[in-house]
Design a binder for this molecule. Structure first.
Ligand code: 5GP
Length: 125
């Protein structure tokens, strides 16, 4: 079911459970601010999800309420993972879905990091 980004954060979502260690994930990176792990249903050769550790529903929630430190930590983590995965030279794509039109399914902010080969057009038409 599509996420309603105007609703309060629900700490029973799957990514919150991963952050608490209640559900396993295939971790690729973790620091004070962020966690990154492989997507369970990859849409590209490399498909990693990067999430902030704070309780934010979406990019909208995060950009409005997160501290400057949280925002910097999250943005730096996404860049760090891309470099660490060797994606920079050939290029990659970052994608953030918000709400129904964006197709967001998990109500904890995440960006998708895609790479490993040509990624095709930006949007299906
Ligand atoms: P959204 O549509 O919300 O932007 O993307 C949610 C992503 O989370 C999807 O790509 C989906 O495959 C991934 N996902 C959902 N449940 C799990 C899970 O339990 N583990 C992992 N690693 N990824 C998940």
């Amino acid at each position: 079911m599509a996420v309603d980004p105007t609703k309060p954060y629900n700490s029973e979502n799957i990514f919150a459970k991963m952050l608490r260690g209640e559900v396993p994930c295939s971790k690729v990176y973790e620091d004070e601010w962020s966690l990154a792990f492989h997507d369970i249903n990859p849409q590209a050769d490399v498909h990693i999800l990067v999430i902030p550790k704070g309780a934010y529903v979406s990019w909208d929630d995060f950009s409005a309420k997160a501290s400057a430190e949280e925002i910097a930590g999250f943005v730096r983590a996404a860049g760090h993972v891309a470099r660490e995965q060797g994606l920079v030279v050939r290029g990659y794509r970052l994608l953030g879905n918000v709400g129904r039109n964006g197709g967001q399914e998990v109500p904890h902010l995440h960006v998708h990091l895609f790479g490993g080969g040509p990624l095709g057009p930006m949007l299906a038409r």
